[in-house]
Write a protein that binds this ligand. Structure first.
Ligand code: G5P
Length: 224
């Protein structure tokens, strides 16, 4: 059976996980799954998981592990014959262990970005709620201020990017990420990257992926 490539990007809120994952998916043809995107989709559709998740996200808290694994594992099961890349999952040791019981990870990227950079980026971030398209007023502003480039509809700020929620998100991240990082370090699959600019980190990640995927077939078109 073909060996499929299993990768994940870890990092605090605003570290550039989404931006990096989209570039990896586009360049290397991996299926890209973002836990935040699935949660927002559930919230927009008013699903049971979405309604529950909203109460946690609004308070800057993580959604409970069982809700997350129930959301993510069926999606991974659908992609069992594809190479994939996870953005934002796993976030806790319990999630990482559940994933570990089912899949062997080939590569886990951890992004280390200074707090001041994270805080500046997130307070500048606006999204188009229907599509999930993300803009940053400094890094990638929309063509018309406050409007989505494709539809012209208004952009909004996530509740969890507002200052009260942000401090709590960054504090939680540090505590919970350490055992996850340690787990992947012990498996020899962890690669960490530090910096304040995604464009400067990206060439290193691109070159790492090129090496790692040299023998891996690109088996699926990029999804986003
Ligand atoms: P999400 O959606 O996974 P977060 O909080 O982990 O959200 P977020 O905020 O989406 O992460 P990111 O993906 O790390 O950030 O970063 P990004 O979106 O690419 O970049 C952030 C901003 O900076 C963007 O505007 C981007 O354009 C800009 N940017 C990127 N690079 C640069 C640069 O070099 N320079 C500048 N100036 N700007 C740049 O999860 C949302 C919530 O869902 C729940 C949690 O409550 C979470 O808070 N959740 C989970 N809960 C439990 N378990 C899980 N597994 C969960 N997954 C999600």
């Amino acid at each position: 059976m073909a060996k499929f490539f299993r990768a994940a990007v870890l990092g605090p809120p605003g570290s550039g996980k989404g931006t990096i994952c989209k570039r990896i998916a586009h360049s290397f043809g991996l299926q890209y799954l973002s836990s935040g995107h699935f949660l927002r989709e559930g919230i927009a559709a008013n699903t049971e998981a979405g309604v529950l998740a909203k109460t946690y996200i609004e308070r800057g808290m993580l959604v409970p592990d069982q809700v997350m694994t129930r959301l993510m594992l069926p999606k991974l099961e659908q992609l069992r014959n594809h190479s994939w890349l996870l953005d934002g999952f796993p976030r806790t040791l319990a999630q990482a262990q559940t994933l570990n019981d089912l899949y062997q990870m080939d590569l886990v990227i951890s992004l280390n970005i200074p707090y001041a950079t994270l805080s500046e980026r997130l307070s500048d971030r606006w999204i188009h709620p229907a599509s999930g398209r993300v803009y940053n007023m400094g890094f990638n502003p929309p063509r018309v201020q406050g409007k989505d480039d494709v539809t012209g509809e208004p952009l909004i700020q996530h509740d969890d990017d507002k200052p009260e929620a942000l401090v709590a998100r960054l504090r939680h991240y540090k505590e919970l990420a350490k055992p996850v990082i340690d787990l992947y370090k012990s498996q020899g699959v962890l690669h960490s990257f530090s910096g304040t600019e995604t464009d400067k980190i990206w060439p290193y990640i691109n070159s790492l992926l090129s090496t790692k995927m040299h023998t891996q077939p690109s088996d699926a078109p990029p999804t986003q």
